[in-house]
Design a protein around this ligand. Structure first.
Ligand code: DON
Length: 309
């Protein structure tokens, strides 16, 4: 394999000149105003070395990628009890779809669609105040990335709140089924702040190290090996909504996307990777982010389906 820094510099260069760039999310002004010319990539290897290219230092709205960190915290709080309230199957429908909730008694298909993440927020709230639950997530990602400068963008959180009618519908519908226990306003206040977490590719790749390394960051254990394996499995099967099958087909890594154009991908035992390009495909996943990851696995052989040894 050629030098990794050279590989990702080459990928960043290709993405810089790509003509088809996808469509930037426009449901809130702070996302709509991000130029589609942005592209960043960061790779943290198992030996701790860090490789970056393009706009890897620029914070962007991680949106649904935060669902990975929220899920990790909720599993820490209630363990496997969570699976009584959230499924573990791909939904095969859009990230904000409501249709399955009616036939499935208010139990969301998985923790990475909006409905599932709203239940996760309800679990995390428990007896906490919303600002405590938000503080808990922020502390967690700061600790994972080893970077106290990570912050939540209040402008994005407010815009999410003002336009989140579908999320209000999802939360109210699940409340009617008894699968949201707390007040819908409080639960969504937490959910919208999680979506508004801002991180750079470098910070995100660093925060994903525990999923690369069997639940550990160096000597510090974040989750058990089994839990890290299971979170990776969910990212592989559900991390890109109704585009998850194609992501596995083309890239073959556990990954989680957000409508800010970021993707966190994990090559277990090998690398934690973050890419960012704000133009989205029709399923709400970064168009060039996926293409960049496809190029990376082609050049490195990092797909989990690649024969080992
Ligand atoms: O809650 C929502 O619908 C938005 N904040 C988008 C979340 C998201 O990133 C979905 N993913 N691709």
């Amino acid at each position: 394999m050629a030098d990794l820094s050279a590989i990702i510099a080459e990928i960043a260069e290709e993405m810089r000149f790509a003509e088809v760039r996808g469509k930037v999310a426009d449901y809130i002004p702070p996302l709509a105003s991000v130029p589609d010319t942005k592209f960043g990539i960061a790779v943290v290897m198992a030996d701790g070395s860090l490789h970056t290219a393009g706009d890897a230092e620029e914070p962007f709205s991680v949106q649904s990628i935060s669902k990975v960190f929220a899920l990790t915290l909720a599993l820490g709080a209630v363990g496997d009890q969570l699976w009584k309230r959230v499924g573990r199957e791909p939904s095969g429908s859009a990230f904000n779809s409501i249709v399955q909730l009616e036939t499935e008694q208010g139990i969301p298909r998985n923790p990475f669609i909006n409905a599932g993440a709203i239940v996760v927020c309800d679990v995390l709230l428990g007896r906490l105040e919303p600002r405590e639950a938000i503080g808990q997530l922020l502390r967690f990602v700061r600790e994972l990335a080893g970077d106290d400068s990570i912050a939540i963008d209040e402008t994005v959180a407010r815009a999410e709140q003002e336009t989140g009618f579908r999320n209000f519908a999802l939360a109210n519908y699940m409340r009617a089924f008894g699968n949201v226990h707390g007040s819908v306003e409080r639960v969504l206040g937490v959910y919208f702040h999680f979506c508004a977490l801002a991180m750079s590719c470098r910070q995100l790749a660093l925060a994903g190290r525990f999923l690369m390394d069997g639940g550990r960051v160096g000597a510090h254990r974040v989750v058990t090996e089994r839990r890290a394996r299971r979170i990776n499995a969910l990212m592989m099967s559900c991390g890109h909504y109704d585009n998850s099958g194609d992501f596995a087909f083309r890239i073959g890594l556990p990954g989680k996307s957000g409508v800010g154009g970021g993707i966190l991908a994990v090559a277990p035992g090998v690398a934690s990777i973050a890419v960012w390009s704000p133009g989205l495909n029709p399923s709400g996943n970064s168009h060039l982010g996926q293409l960049a990851l496809e190029r990376l696995v082609q050049k490195t052989g990092w797909s989990v389906f690649e024969p080992r040894g």
